[in-house]
Design a protein around this ligand. Structure first.
Ligand SMILES: [Fe+2]
Length: 191
């Protein structure tokens, strides 16, 4: 009888589940951002501090943390495991990352501690809607194309990838901290 019958295997968490949980949080944040954009478009006061929280999430968690960790873990893994057609899509997803980064930087240019002029509001709403649509499409594409080939990696690679995903590159807040920020925004914008 071998040892494995005596010692139950410890289930190593799947790194894809970590990324899926972060995607779920991104989607919640995007729903809040959509509500904010709609309210501002309909003449509501510019909610400066909530917009700063949303843009902070997008810059620090989506762009500087989540997407970078994906680029150095799951993207190379999928390039190695999947066929040419999937590898082509990886290129498209890298381009998406650049596009959302640029949109996020443009959005920050419109952030003001006070009110925006009507012309600024129109551009802010346009940029916000573009960002929301791009990121939603990108999350769905990653889940469809990238995550399935990465589902069945062996335990050694899972462990390595999980450790790598936990490296947040000096970014201050992790998913748990950001989820508290999202919950606060949801209370005010979704109820
Ligand atoms: Fe992602």
């Amino acid at each position: 009888m071998t040892r494995r019958f005596l010692v139950p295997a410890i289930e190593v968490k799947n790194p894809v589940d970590v990324l899926l949980a972060e995607h779920a949080l991104h989607r919640r944040l995007l729903t809040v951002f959509e509500r904010i954009a709609r309210a501002v478009e309909q003449g509501g006061e510019f909610p400066s501090s909530d917009v700063a929280a949303v843009l902070g999430y997008l810059r620090e968690f989506v762009e500087l943390s989540h997407q970078r960790r994906e680029q150095r873990t799951i993207y190379p893994l999928v390039m190695e495991l999947a066929d040419d057609k999937v590898a082509e899509k990886v290129g498209q997803m890298l381009a998406d990352h650049e596009e959302t980064t640029e949109l996020m930087q443009s959005l920050w240019l419109f952030w003001e501690p006070g009110a925006l002029r009507p012309d600024e509001i129109a551009v802010f709403v346009q940029l916000a809607n573009a960002y929301i649509a791009r990121l939603r499409r990108h999350l769905a594409l990653e889940e469809l194309v990238l995550f399935p080939p990465a589902q069945n990696i062996d335990e050694k690679r899972r462990t390595e990838m999980l450790a790598d995903l936990e490296q947040h590159d000096g970014v201050q807040r992790d998913a748990a901290a950001w989820s508290a920020v999202v919950a606060g925004l949801e209370e005010r914008w979704i109820g």
